[in-house]
Design a protein around this ligand. Structure first.
Ligand code: FAD
Length: 389
């Protein structure tokens, strides 16, 4: 049932979590929404993803059935020392629904993407794959694909990720994503391998997010798919394994074991249980000055305008917030250009702040052992007492 007084024909480029979130939110309000994506099909990809409550409470409201998904709700966040597993700070999540409106979910990225796709299709969003956009006209909003098709709309949304084609054209400033100097190793281990080891068993049976903090690296581990898998994201200073062109390379198990040979015994065991994994070069961008084209008929959303380090688990969550705010702005304004400017004025400062915080955490989480690290640990513990979850 349309709820907006100003229904529009909207074309979204990109069916990642950001583009789909926007599609679901906007279609629910009665806009006509089409999404096109360059991928030939949506294959199962990636590893775990955390869905913090600023995102999960919106997704639950939009009918994305996170409860039915094979997932875990994190019972707490546990920061521990790299060399012996001693606690730096333990953040209990028992009251997170009361304090933040929804749980902190731990899911498989493929399950989340499938959940978004199903919700989008249920809502009536039309999705086309195998459509690579190569040209944009933001004045008479339209895009041209590699196959030569032209797609027109009242509003074009560039949700085409960190390597966005839309972004430099829309901002008028050529850009290249910048190397943050860190890489992420994305690892999945069968849950049964952990259950077979008394030292690792509780990582599955007591679902929580564990972050081992050490010099130059931190490991974030959590169970997904009801404990069928244990997901680890190792975020570490790069040893220059990837080139400018190649962002993802196959990981080397021996190198992984050597790198973490002095970490607490559980980390060493997890490294030994690791089989195939991929290593990702982590890039972001300086803060953009605008997300909306001067024509007032096109905008950016998600990683295309605020790619960030994954250290606060907020990249996709910020895209979901973008979608929620864009929906409200379009619903409230007859003038499309004014609505988009409102969207930008609300979202750009907020996501920029989060982007900057992730850069701060790159430093904070990887401090060398010593006085500065001890002060950080005390600060983290104090902060948690002053600002309980
Ligand atoms: P993308 O997922 O990049 O989607 C862009 C889409 O556009 C793709 O489907 C692509 O095929 C399509 N496309 C690209 N170019 C074109 C074109 N020319 N024509 C047509 N289609 C095109 N976020 C969290 O919230 N929680 C986490 O726990 C978390 N963990 C992370 C861990 C790691 C290691 C990393 C790297 C990121 C993590 N993130 C996390 C961030 C999150 O993954 C991203 O922010 C999010 O997936 C971005 O979604 P998006 O839709 O904006 O972009």
């Amino acid at each position: 049932m349309p709820t907006t007084a100003y229904p529009r024909d909207i074309l979204i480029v990109g069916a990642g979590l950001g583009g789909l979130a926007a599609g679901i939110a906007l279609k629910t309000d009665g806009h006509k929404v089409t999404i096109i994506d360059s991928a030939p099909e949506f294959a199962e990809a990636g590893a775990g993803i955390r869905v913090p409550p600023n995102s999960s409470r919106l997704l639950l409201r939009w009918g994305i059935d996170l409860e039915k998904m094979k997932k875990s709700a994190s019972r707490r966040y546990h920061f521990i020392r790299w060399e012996n597993g001693s606690t730096i700070v333990k953040l209990p999540f028992e009251n997170i629904v009361e304090s933040h409106g929804a749980p902190y979910y731990l899911v498989h990225r493929a399950d989340l993407h499938t959940g978004f796709l199903e919700a989008a299709k249920r809502a009536g969003v039309v999705i086309h794959t195998n459509k690579r956009v190569i040209e944009y006209d933001f004045d008479a909003p339209s895009v041209k694909t590699l196959q030569g098709e032209v797609w027109k709309a009242d509003l074009v949304i560039g949700a085409d990720g960190i390597k966005s084609v839309a972004r430099p054209l829309l901002t008028g400033q050529p850009d290249v994503p910048r190397d943050t100097g860190d890489v992420a190793y994305r690892i999945l281990i069968p849950g049964k391998d952990l259950l077979a080891d008394p030292d690792l068993e509780s990582l599955i049976t007591d679902p929580c997010t564990t972050s081992w903090c050490g010099p130059d690296a931190h490991l974030v581990g959590y169970p997904i798919r009801d404990g069928e898998l244990y997901n680890i994201v190792v975020c570490a200073t790069s040893y220059n394994e990837t080139t400018d062109e190649v962002w993802v390379v196959k990981g080397d198990n021996r190198e992984l074991c050597e790198r973490f040979a002095k970490w607490e015994p559980r980390v060493q065991k997890l490294c030994r249980l690791t089989r195939d994994f991929m290593k990702w070069r982590l890039c972001d961008l300086p803060i953009l000055s605008r997300w909306v084209h001067p024509s007032g008929k096109a905008c950016l959303l998600g990683d295309s305008c605020h790619p960030m380090l994954p250290y606060l688990a907020q990249g996709a969550a910020q895209a979901v917030e973008d979608a929620a705010v864009l929906r409200q702005c379009l619903a409230a304004q007859k003038d499309l250009g004014v609505a988009l400017k409102q969207y930008e004025s609300i979202r750009l400062p907020r996501s920029s702040l989060v982007q900057e915080k992730t850069r701060e955490h790159q430093y904070i989480l990887h401090i060398e052992d010593g006085e500065e690290q001890k002060a950080r640990d005390v600060r983290m513990a104090l902060n948690s007492q002053e600002n309980p979850v």
